[in-house]
Design a protein around this ligand. Structure first.
Ligand code: NAP
Length: 235
């Protein structure tokens, strides 16, 4: 049973639902987010402006005092005020690509580096990075969404690499990427028309599904890209 959980990027629609879910299960919950603290009696909120790695390191050290057995990294941007996802490479703006690589890969990579020693020594520790099915190279039949797909594919490689390195020292760690399923958040809001009935989940429902996959995660799955139901997706 999860007793202590750390949710990085916990200001996200899904991350905040995860935090509330685990708080409701009486787990210790720590959130790291760029956003100002949200008041909740059972959630410890640490604001990280991401200004320097040293500042992030202090916050991660503080969060690890709670000895999390389960860690989620939720950071991920599909669109913002400056750009929607590309339909064709003609729309590719390399500055936007760099921005997506920063939020979707660089920031998770910073936290993974800072978590590395802990992951190497904590028995049965679980790390789940929220990725996306569209980041699967093998599953890509439609194309488009260049910057998001590229950045999530890179995140998946980051997770695979980390799982190998941690696995040399900690055979009980489980480090995976996971597609949370289409969830009603700001990220998916512009793309919710024409979804097949039943595909769009509430953040609460997604949080329950992710917590269930996390609870059943084993070291044999380390390095995998998982779907929201715990099944394995192709890289
Ligand atoms: N919703 C879906 O249908 C869906 C589908 C597939 C995959 N996902 C993935 O699930 C995760 C959570 O998504 P969500 O739907 O809950 O989206 P959301 O509510 O839009 O959350 C955005 C997330 O990205 C972080 N973020 C935003 N701008 C950033 C920046 N400039 N630098 C670093 N981090 C930044 C936020 O962290 P702060 O807490 O610091 O604000 C937050 O964790 C994402 O990784 C997303 O790719 C979502």
């Amino acid at each position: 049973m999860t007793q202590s959980v750390l949710i990085i990027g916990g200001g996200s629609g899904i991350g905040w639902a995860l935090a509330q879910h685990y708080a409701g299960c009486d787990a210790k919950v720590t959130v790291i987010s760029r956003q100002p603290a949200r008041q909740h009696r059972a959630i410890n909120w640490l604001q990280d402006s991401l200004s320097t790695e040293a500042a992030s390191a202090n916050l991660v050290a503080e969060a690890l005092r709670q000895q999390p057995d389960t860690i989620f990294i939720c950071n991920g941007v599909l669109h913002d005020d400056s750009a929607m996802p590309e339909k064709t490479i003609r729309q590719l703006d390399t500055d936007i690509l760099a921005a997506r690589l920063a939020s979707n890969v660089q920031v998770p990579a910073r936290y993974m580096k800072l978590l590395f020693s802990y992951l190497c020594k904590q028995p049965q520790v679980k790390l789940l990075a929220l990725s996306a099915k569209v980041g699967s190279i093998g599953d890509n039949a439609l194309g488009g969404w260049y910057s998001y797909r590229i950045s999530k594919a890179a995140l998946n490689m980051l997770i695979k690499n980390l799982s190998i390195e941690v696995g040399r020292l900690n055979k009980t760690a489980a480090i995976v990427s996971i597609h949370p399923g289409t969830t009603d958040t700001e990220l998916s809001a512009p793309f919710q028309q024409n979804l097949p009935a039943g595909q769009l989940q509430s953040p609460d429902a997604t949080a329950k599904r992710l917590a269930s996959v996390a609870a059943q995660l084993t070291a044999e799955q380390t390095g995998f890209l998982l779907n929201w139901d715990g099944s394995t997706l192709p890289w």
